[in-house]
Design a protein around this ligand. Structure first.
Ligand SMILES: [Zn+2]
Length: 135
C-alpha cells in the first residue's frame, strides 16, 4: 500500500498463493475462486487502480486493485466504500483512523483475492468541527 503512515499492514500473499495452488491442482474449482460479484466488478471499473500485473488465473487481463475503507470517522455514507488511492492519501492526512482492504480483481475471468489490509489515519482523536463557531 503506497499511503504514508500505513500501519498494521497485513499481506495476504500466502493465502493467495494457497488458492492459486489449489486451482492449479484442481482442488479448488475456478468458479469458486473467480467469483467477483457485480458490485466488486463495478468498483473495479470505476474506482480501481490498474496494475501492470497479469491475472494469475487467465493470464489475459491485467489486475485491478480496489481499496475499500471502513471506519467510524468515515460516516455512514462513506463507510465500506471503494476509493481511489489518491483519495485515501488525502483521507489519511485528515481523518483519525480507518481500515483499508485492497482486493485484486480480474475483470476478464472474475478472479479476486484480498491483497493487503492496513490501518490509515493521523491516529489522533476525532476532532469535530462545530458549525457556526466564530473561532
Ligand atoms: Zn483473469
Amino acid at each position: 500500500m503506497d499511503v504514508v503512515g500505513a500501519r498494521c499492514v497485513i499481506d495476504y500473499a500466502l493465502a493467495r498463493r494457497a488458492v492459486l495452488t489449489g486451482l492449479a491442482s484442481g482442488r479448488i474449482r475456478p468458479e469458486d475462486a473467480c467469483d467477483a460479484q457485480v458490485y466488486l466488478r463495478r468498483a473495479a471499473r470505476y474506482h480501481g487502480e490498474p496494475t501492470d500485473q497479469l491475472c494469475p488465473v487467465c493470464s489475459v487481463d491485467q489486475l485491478v486493485h480496489v481499496s475499500y475503507a471502513y471506519g467510524e470517522c468515515l460516516g455512514s455514507g462513506a463507510n465500506g466504500r471503494a476509493w481511489p488511492t489518491r483519495e485515501l492519501c488525502a483521507m489519511a492526512s485528515e481523518l483519525a483512523e480507518f481500515s483499508v482492504f485492497v482486493v485484486e480483481v480480474c475483470l476478464g475471468c472474475g478472479w479476486n483475492h484480498l491483497v493487503t489490509s492496513a490501518v490509515l489515519g493521523t491516529g489522533e482523536a476525532v476532532r469535530r468541527r462545530r458549525s457556526g463557531s466564530r473561532g
